[in-house]
Design a protein around this ligand. Structure first.
Ligand code: NAD
Length: 243
């Protein structure tokens, strides 16, 4: 075991209120592309950058194009949790981790068995009708519609329960996440470029002295971290023992 992972293991062993804060990089080992890696969606050819397409304005004005991209790139019904998702669920079961705070919308933490999951940006597994507010769980309502999904009850436009750019975060989710982070004795941040706000700002609420960053590329917060591990998050967390 290299020294950084040994330190992480020691800190995990000594902690009882671990919080994990993650982003799209947590799911790349499950085959879901992130936004900013080399193979990320920013580097693929689309008429507009992904953050423009998954914006509120785009959803309202160019609904068909929004859904073409969304179905093609944001829905991954085949994806399975990887070693990172599984280890975090194991830490929660062992009573050592109090929350996963995620910017991801893919639902893989829950698939792995995590229960205390704060989904800052919502979930592709929930949808609602913008007219009659009927709710549709799962992805079928979207996947089964050939074009723009419409409500079977009233014909209204269906919107995924995800936070699009220009939209605000759910305040209950946000405050819940802040509370857990504030109370954490170890904060592990991983698989995120930490450039999407307000989500990235949440780590400022951490008051402890054990801030760990696990990422493939450097982030703007590396200098503030007490431990930086450059590597794949599934490979790193996969080596940690829960005891
Ligand atoms: P990002 O694409 O901006 O950054 C991902 C970061 O993870 C990069 O720094 C990259 O180096 C790193 N990374 C990639 N694979 C990794 C791995 N295996 N191990 C460790 N690090 C790895 O992602 P972000 O910061 O989450 O911001 C993008 C926004 O897009 C988020 O708001 C998120 O909601 C959304 N998004 C979600 C998904 C998803 O739900 N799976 C996928 C794409 C984008």
């Amino acid at each position: 075991m290299d020294q950084a992972i040994e330190t992480l293991q020691k800190w995990v062993d000594e902690s009882r209120r671990i919080v994990f804060f993650g982003g799209a990089g947590v799911s790349t080992e499950s085959g879901i592309p992130d936004f900013r890696s080399q193979d990320g969606l920013y580097n693929q050819k689309y008429p507009d950058p992904p953050e423009t397409i998954v914006s509120h304005t785009y959803f309202v004005r160019r609904t068909e194009e929004f859904y073409r991209f969304y179905k093609d790139k944001m829905l991954s019904p085949w994806a399975k949790p990887n070693a990172a998702h599984k280890k975090l669920a194991e830490l929660e079961r062992a009573g050592k981790l109090t929350a996963v705070v995620t910017q991801n919308i893919d639902g893989l933490h829950q698939d792995a068995g995590s229960r205390a999951v704060y989904e800052l940006h919502g979930s592709v597994r929930r949808n609602f009708c913008t007219r009659c507010h009927a709710r549709y769980d799962g992805m079928d309502i979207i996947l089964d519609s050939p074009g723009v999904p419409k409500c079977p009850k009233c014909g209204g436009l269906i919107k995924p329960d995800v936070v699009l750019y220009e939209e605000g975060l759910d305040s209950d989710v946000l405050y819940g996440a802040v509370e857990k982070i504030r109370d954490a004795d170890l904060l592990i941040v991983g698989g995120t470029s930490l450039v999407v706000y307000p989500a990235a700002g949440l780590i400022n609420y951490y008051q402890g002295r054990r801030l760990v960053l696990i990422n493939l590329q450097p982030t703007g917060m590396d200098s503030r971290a007490n431990l930086v591990i450059k590597g794949k998050i599934g490979e790193v967390l996969g080596q940690i023992q829960v005891r």
